[in-house]
Design a protein around this ligand. Structure first.
Ligand code: JFZ
Length: 460
């Protein structure tokens, strides 16, 4: 168990559809998930054709929600698939780019809220098979990412605007109920289809499960989740799939995390371990403000920089979470140049400093102004994002838990330099914690980028 993960014994009321396990999963599949550190999300569907613009007008809202923008009629949108022909789509190149970025897992939108399927589902005609492109996109991606050793997760939206039986509100009349039953069958069939067709995938990333109609089906959804898990041993499902019988989502009535990891930190990192409740979690992040699908106009909001995203990656891992950067390819299958450059920027840094991200956990150091610290075994990684003007890094070392023992720095090296760090005594506070001054050498100063110090601490 990682620090902070001890479940505290408490009174629980019996729930039929609450959690089925107290505390974290301990199996190998979940341990692998925990060590990913960094992932890639891809939002791709027919919304990439308009890319946030239609008839000369631009919607500033999320491009993957373009059907609801008011700029396009539902009929026009629902016929976009007739034009979907991504002739530039190069699966291997996407997977290589993800690999170079340092992503260890990838999440792909098999079906977003519009209901368009990127695989040839036999349960609807609204799929890739009906487009001029025809070929199975999910299959190509799974194969290419598998070949690069990047684990694949399938994003699946419970909301489906294309299905006749879909409802967001709880169906009231018998006819409405019968209609919703057809939607439940359809959803179940599609997910079983995905797990059967793409058996190497590691998990399902659910979305759109906030509908009252879906929450009202807690018992059915719970059984369905068990069925999916039985079909695919090791399957990883986040907290955005089902509610308990009291309509509590993510966290059940007893305060326990539903399913395998917390999905509530979307575009919003926690600041402390307490905020994470000691659970596994991921944070998925857009590069612009709130655009997941391709938007033609990236001048609308601030665009995050590679160092911005790298800091978030390290911060997430310092709090025992995974960080996932989203990409929105265009209607032809091109990943835009800005995104390719950002992926390269992240990857170049990760190639040198990735040790501070993969397989690490919350460190014994407290959070300090210069950045974030992570730990693996007896090595503590200091990732420095705020370099002091005087190039003297003040590091507070914790007090040992054992009586009369203290931690001292045994060695400090930079991952991006052969120069050994010069470490000086930096004093002591009234609680007995030691401070050290680490002098930042000239070659690191010149790098002008975030850097990592590998610290070995010993108790004396
Ligand atoms: C959903 C989608 O509506 C969106 O298009 C995108 O796919 C994103 C990954 O997921 O949007 C959400 C879902 C949940 C929250 C915010 C946006 N949330 O819990 O804060």
């Amino acid at each position: 168990l990682q620090s902070g993960a001890q479940p505290t014994p408490k009174e629980r009321i019996p729930l039929k559809h609450g959690v089925h396990r107290i505390g974290k999963r301990t199996d190998a599949a979940m341990q692998r998930w925990r060590e990913y550190g960094l992932g890639q999300f891809i939002h791709w569907g027919v919304y990439a054709i308009p890319g946030g613009q239609w008839n000369g007008k631009t919607s500033a809202y999320a491009a993957e929600w373009f059907r609801s923008s008011g700029l396009i009629s539902k009929e026009e949108y629902d016929n976009l698939y007739n034009q979907f022909n991504p002739t530039s789509f190069d699966t291997k190149q996407w997977a290589k780019q993800a690999k170079q970025m340092g992503a260890r897992y990838m999440i792909f939108t098999t079906k977003h809220h519009d209901g368009f399927c990127m695989w040839p589902s036999k349960y609807t005609n609204y799929t890739i098979a009906s487009t001029p492109y025809k070929k199975d996109i999910v299959k190509q991606l799974v194969d290419a990412y598998d070949a690069e050793g990047i684990d694949v997760y399938l994003y699946f939206s419970i909301i489906d605007w294309s299905h006749k039986g879909y409802r967001s509100g709880v169906p009231a009349s018998d006819a409405e109920k019968a209609s919703y039953e057809t939607f439940k069958d359809f959803t179940r069939n599609q997910l079983i289809e995905l797990l059967t067709k793409y058996p190497t995938i590691k998990g399902l990333w659910f979305d759109g499960s906030w509908d009252k109609a879906w929450i009202n089906e807690a018992a059915w959804v719970d059984e369905f989740g068990k069925e999916l898990r039985a079909l695919h041993p090791g399957l990883i499902i986040g907290s955005r799939f089902r509610a308990d019988e009291n309509g509590k989502r993510h966290i059940d009535t007893n305060g326990d995390l539903i399913d395998d990891y917390d999905q509530r930190f979307e575009r919003n990192l926690p600041n402390t371990l307490e905020e994470t409740g000691g659970n596994d979690w991921d944070c998925v992040m857009t590069i612009p403000e709130n655009q997941w699908g391709y938007h033609r106009d990236w001048s609308l909001t601030y665009i995050k920089t590679p160092y911005d995203l790298i800091e978030m990656t390290v911060k997430a891992n310092s709090l025992n979470g995974n960080f996932v950067v989203n990409f929105g390819p265009d209607g032809k299958g091109n990943i835009r140049k800005e995104e390719t450059d950002i992926a390269k920027g992240i990857g170049d840094w990760m190639a040198v400093n990735g040790k501070a991200v993969y397989g690490v956990h919350h460190s014994i150091l407290e959070k300090q102004d210069w950045g974030h610290s992570t730990q693996r075994g007896d090595i503590t990684y200091l990732s420095v994002f705020n370099k002091p003007m005087n190039n003297i890094l003040k590091v507070k070392v914790p007090k040992s838990k054992e009586k009369d023992m203290i931690y001292v720095i045994e060695s400090a090296t930079f991952t991006s330099s052969k120069t050994a760090a010069i470490v000086r005594d930096g004093g002591r506070d009234k609680f007995g914690s030691l401070f050290y001054d680490i002098l930042i050498p000239v070659d690191i100063q010149r790098l002008n980028e975030p850097f990592v110090i590998e610290l070995r601490l010993k108790q004396v």
